[in-house]
Design a protein around this ligand. Structure first.
Ligand code: ATP
Ligand code: MG
Length: 470
């Protein structure tokens, strides 16, 4: 392979690299933390990731574990995934592993599959630099006029790679062969002190990639880190850049934010920094000062489920976030004499479509959101037939959990929620008795809670268009 002749396929070169890092350590440019000085037990490291590192090393390439997994291991947490960084270019990685796929346009990555595990293998990135031309397909790096990096496939060294990461605690490398932590950015000390430190000036770094602001909030809340003023000030200043982030990327980030186990604090932080409105503008508008919203109750409920080790689904989160603005739309339509059922269907479609301009909601998730909402009617306005149908619906459990939150928000009677709790607990025979005893209540087409709060139809569709244009 002519292309790869530059790589000597023996370990002497790797040893030389290690020697090079040690020399740098002597100049304080890099710190190498020996196994005796850090708490990572080798047994906590994914054996698959170690295998990937060993294969790359044997082939003569530097390779380390990097990023979130090293941070989490140092904190004694179980990493969600293990990432490897290497100097081998993606095409070389593909040669070395039988089951390997190259993915990504913005950042080119290799997905290496071993058994059931998938390890992301990224090639060391180069120091930031200008675009190498317009955003044509051949461009390896492309930067917008606003400074946002759209593509970045220029390769570098372990040191430049480290400096390209967002926060110092995320820029640590772990060498599973020597069991050392390699640190170019003082991240080890920052982690010990529980400090979130931006690598480089946060103003530039957040302009380069506005998602880093959301990551800053997530890490500070979920890891209990202090956030210095420069980061806080910059977030307050640059929040509106989140407008430029593609909705699909926002979707991934929203899930990480609200499924972190710290959704409640994160929601409050996002709002206090004025960022929440860039994620869920209609929800932000629907908040009423002295009432607790479904968004807040949903966040608290999600945190509790994660603490209890129960599963969480994205659809439940979106159902909670968008419920109140969707209800306001129904009111507006009903006021215009649109029949309730039609108003409901229209409002559901409208809110999901409009929200997707900010945070995309994949269709399969949108369907579940709608199921949860549609079932609310069956749970609220019980008839003999609808109870049986609701109980056997595959989304019953989520819809019932949702009803409990609505009861907490005083949107439906506590007794109604209790009735649904009870009917799941009793024997079939007693279920029938309960169903027979239902006092069928006609539907009240108004959204009583909204009427009480004097904010009927605040989120009209016309208003929503204005928000988007702003
Ligand atoms: P978690 O997996 O817990 O969400 P993480 O830090 O591992 O946190 P990933 O998205 O898995 O986050 O990214 C892996 C690593 O890639 C990070 O630790 C960081 O070093 C780097 N990284 C991720 N996103 C960015 C970004 N937007 N800017 C700079 N570096 C980033
Ligand atoms: Mg990660």
């Amino acid at each position: 392979m002519v292309l790869y002749e530059v790589y000597e396929r023996d370990e002497t070169r790797i040893n030389r690299e290690r020697e090079g890092i040690r020399e740098l350590a002597a100049t304080n440019k890099v710190q190498i933390i020996p196994p005796t000085a850090h708490p990572i037990p080798p047994s906590a490291v994914s054996q698959t990731a170690v295998e990937v590192v060993k294969t790359l090393t044997r082939a003569g390439h530097q390779a380390y574990l990097v990023g979130g997994c090293v941070r989490d291991l140092l904190l004694g947490r179980q990493p969600k995934d293990f990432d490897v960084a290497t100097e081998a270019p993606p095409e070389r990685v593909r040669e070395l592993f039988r089951r390997c796929r190259l993915i990504g346009r913005r950042f080119r990555l290799a997905h290496v599959r071993i058994g059931r595990d998938v390890i992301d293998v990224a090639t060391f990135r180069a120091a930031p630099g200008p675009s190498d031309g317009s955003d044509h397909d051949g461009a390896r790096r492309s930067v917008t006029e606003a400074g946002q990096i759209m593509r970045d496939n220029v390769y570098g060294t372990i040191e430049t790679d480290s400096l390209r990461r967002d926060f110092s605690i995320n820029a640590l490398f772990y060498d599973p062969i020597e069991e050392t932590v390699i640190d170019y950015v003082d991240g080890f000390r920052h982690l010990e002190r529980r400090e979130l430190v931006s690598i480089g000036n946060p103003f530039e770094r957040f302009r380069e990639d506005p998602v880093r602001m959301l990551r800053a909030i997530r890490f500070s809340e979920s890891l209990g880190l202090s956030t210095p003023d420069d980061i806080r000030d910059t977030i307050s200043e640059l929040g509106n850049l989140l407008h430029h982030v593609p909705p699909a990327r926002m979707f991934d980030e929203v899930l990480k934010l609200f499924h972190s186990g710290h959704a409640q604090e994160i929601l409050a932080k996002l709002r206090s920094f004025g960022l929440f409105r860039f994620l869920f503008p209609f929800t932000e508008e629907s908040f009423v000062d002295d009432t607790v919203s479904l968004a807040e109750l949903g966040s608290r409920n999600t945190d509790q489920r994660i603490t209890d080790g129960k599963p969480v689904i994205p659809a439940f989160l979106f159902a909670c976030m968008l419920w109140e603005p969707m209800r306001a739309d129904i009111d507006k339509l009903v006021e215009k004499r649109v029949p309730y059922r039609k108003a409901l269907v229209t409002a559901m479609d409208d809110i999901l479509r409009d929200q997707s301009q900010y945070v995309s909601i994949p269709k399969r998730i949108g369907f579940v959101v709608k199921d949860i909402w549609l079932l609310q009617d069956r749970l609220e306005y019980r008839s003999h037939r609808s109870v049986t149908a609701a109980l056997s619906h595959k989304r019953f459990r989520a819809a019932y959990d949702f009803l409990l939150l609505r009861a907490e928000a005083h949107e439906v009677a506590r007794e109604l929620a209790d009735w649904w709790t009870r009917i799941q607990e009793v024997e079939h025979h007693d279920q029938n008795k309960m169903i027979k005893a239902i006092n069928i209540r006609p539907r009240n087409t108004r959204n009583e809670k909204n009427m009480r709060n004097g904010r009927n139809g605040k989120n009209s569709r016309r208003r929503r268009k204005r928000v988007r244009a702003a």
